[in-house]
Design a protein. Structure first.
Length: 191
């Protein structure tokens, strides 16, 4: 009798623990749930504050990349971040003739690997408060600790604060940021 009660207790405990894992709430981005069992490409279109990013990813032909296995860490600028760019910039970048430039900018927001906020903070503490990451584009980003916040610094020296950290995806993690990151760009050729 005691053995059966103990076995029943173990089974009940296992079921409760597994139920708790399934009951974990998804992270909300722009009021939309982001599910950890979906890819970045599946979740991002659901967030109403990432519509410009989603349109840019489609224009650059990067949807399949963000649907692939990964893992990736994506620093995802909000619509408000894109709105900070000079007027007409986004409209110009999504034109087919500007695909190489758009791709360069978007891949500058992606790092191979799964860098949670906890991992970034841990590595920053070991390295005088900052972490240097190589982007998929090829140029570095710097992530710095500023108090309890993480800030991403681009090649131009501009900072983007991580507004929503650790949006887990099946193929990585997304950190929502408040500014568009810019790689080093070659000056435009004068005709």
């Amino acid at each position: 009798m005691l053995r059966q009660s103990f076995a029943a207790l173990l089974v009940a405990g296992s079921l409760a623990a597994s139920g708790a894992a399934f009951a974990q709430s998804p992270v909300m981005v722009g009021g939309a749930p982001m599910y950890a069992n979906k890819t970045i490409a599946q979740n991002a279109p659901e967030a109403p504050n990432l519509t410009t990013l989603v349109a840019a990813v489609k224009a650059a032909g990067l949807v399949d990349t963000l649907a692939s296995k990964g893992p990736f860490t994506v620093f995802a600028p909000t619509d408000a971040a894109f709105a900070k760019l000079p007027k007409g910039t986004v409209e110009t970048l999504v034109k087919p003739e500007n695909k190489p430039t758009l791709t360069k900018i978007l891949t500058y927001h992606v790092v191979a690997g799964d860098y949670s906020a906890e991992r970034l903070m841990r590595e920053a503490r070991r390295n005088k408060g900052e972490v240097h990451l190589k982007t998929v584009e090829g140029e570095p980003l710097t992530v710095k600790m500023m108090g309890k916040k993480l800030v991403v610094i681009d090649r131009t020296g501009k900072a983007a604060t991580i507004q929503t950290a650790d949006v887990k995806q099946s193929n990585g993690v997304v950190h929502v940021i408040g500014s568009v990151l810019m790689p080093k760009m070659k000056p435009a050729k004068m005709g």
